[in-house]
Design a protein around this ligand. Structure first.
Ligand code: DGY
Length: 419
């Protein structure tokens, strides 16, 4: 067996300990099920030492795909009373008990990387997964793009950036009266100061109840859901995923015509997320036509989506210089910056990896490498935390986190694939 570093060994051990047989939980306790984008990152990490297990992760994720192509953000494989809201609250009727919303579609981009590492195995897995990926991406294009072609979310959880200020305007228009009594479980696992507030949670649950009442019917939700926000995370990751699918499809001899059309539409959608007054990509409330007004780490996924932008480089340099550890989830100069509260300040290794890959791909190698090294130092000195305080690097949220371990193995460690 190859010699591996102590950190690599610990990272692999976290993936192993969070493995529940064909899928990986984000962390024991706080998140006891299979989460969509967490799983995609897990597959990327497994791909570094066990490609067959990496493909199994993605295949298990797609075993929960709905008939309409949607791939849920949570698959409730085995009941766990330690998490709320569970399957009985969502009331969904997919092939497996699941939530009724999706999450950022990063899986195809990692599938391409896992395929490159072992093309024979990849060809076999992709023969099964290709139509699955196509159906999922088609679902986004059909149900989640606005007139401009930007990808919208229908619940803050769909973006993966649950309590980012991006959603504040749309959340303020929801009156959660009648949401009823419920018991949060997250704050029993993690310090409440590192989690979303009750104000946010009431609205999260209200939106779940609305979806359930509408039978998770996309047409009905498009009409009745007051929450619809065009999101840079979704738009940039889907654009990148489509580019990766087009490249992979070329190698696998697939027809990629439909994907090319999606790319053109998503490029127009990405352009529609440019907030000129802020001088940044931003989230746009579709119903109100208003901007969020915050530069977020999702704004910096533009390079990952293959889009060059000199003003974003200026924003990046200013924000990276303002903190000890880049990239904070929002601009530290923003009045809502909150260094430990989830997506209102902390650094997330997964976002850093995507931003770093994007910077590298667009030729900004010095910035990419500085970010990679800083992220590696953060994980090596502070552990495999869910997220970190950007001002002093303190670990926050859950520990022994799958996606932080995966980012270490696949990008931040010196033995990683890196770019
Ligand atoms: C949670 O429960 O906090 C999750 O982020 C929902 O996906």
């Amino acid at each position: 067996m190859d010699e591996i570093s102590e950190m690599d060994r610990r990272a692999r051990a976290i993936l192993g300990a969070n493995d529940r047989g064909g899928y990986t939980v984000p962390t024991d306790g706080l998140y006891p099920y299979q989460w969509n984008w967490d799983s995609a990152f897990a597959a990327w990490g497994f791909g570094r030492f066990d490609p067959a297990r990496a493909w199994a992760e993605l295949e298990t994720l797609f075993s929960g795909q709905w008939e309409n192509g949607m791939v849920p953000h949570i698959l409730f494989h085995k009941a766990d009373p330690g998490y709320f809201p569970g399957p009985e609250v969502w009331g969904c009727k997919g092939p497996l008990p699941s939530s009724g919303i999706s999450q950022p579609p990063v899986a195809a981009s990692f599938a391409r990387r896992i395929h490159e590492a072992d093309p024979a195995l990849g060809r076999e897995a992709m023969a099964r997964l290709w139509p699955r990926f196509m159906a999922w991406h088609r679902w986004f294009m059909t149900w989640r793009t606005d007139e401009a072609g930007a990808v919208c979310i229908t619940h803050p959880w769909e973006s993966g950036r649950d309590n980012a200020p991006d959603w504040d305007g749309a959340m303020a228009r929801i009156d959660p009266a009648g949401v009823g009594e419920y018991q949060r479980r997250d704050t029993a696992h993690v310090d409440p100061h590192m989690r979303p507030t009750k104000y946010d949670y009431d609205r999260y649950i209200w939106l779940v109840q609305l979806g359930r009442r509408l039978g998770w019917d996309e047409a009905a939700m498009a009409r009745e859901n007051p929450f619809r926000v065009a999101d840079p995370t979704m738009t940039f990751t889907l654009l990148r995923a489509c580019r990766d699918m087009a490249a992979l499809g070329g190698e696998l001899g697939r027809d990629t015509g439909e994907i090319e059309e999606w790319i053109t539409r998503l490029e127009a959608g990405a352009a529609s997320l440019w907030n000129e007054a802020l001088g940044s990509y931003d989230s746009r409330d579709v119903h109100a036509g208003t901007w969020s007004g915050a530069v977020s780490n999702a704004s910096f996924l533009c390079w990952y989506a293959g889009l060059e932008n000199a003003r974003m480089l200026e924003r990046y340099d200013r924000i990276a210089a303002a903190v000890k550890y880049a990239v904070p989830s929002i601009d530290p100069e923003h009045p809502l910056f909150d260094r430990k509260r989830y997506w209102r300040g902390p650094v997330w290794a997964i976002m850093n990896a995507l931003i770093g890959i994007g910077l590298h791909d667009m030729g900004h190698r010095r910035r990419a490498e500085a970010l990679r090294r800083q992220t590696g130092e953060l994980i090596a000195t502070r552990g495999f935390a869910e997220y970190f305080d950007p001002l002093d690097g303190s670990p926050a949220g859950g520990g022994a986190f799958t996606w932080t371990a995966a980012v270490w193995l696949a990008w931040a460690s010196d033995s990683a694939e890196q770019y």
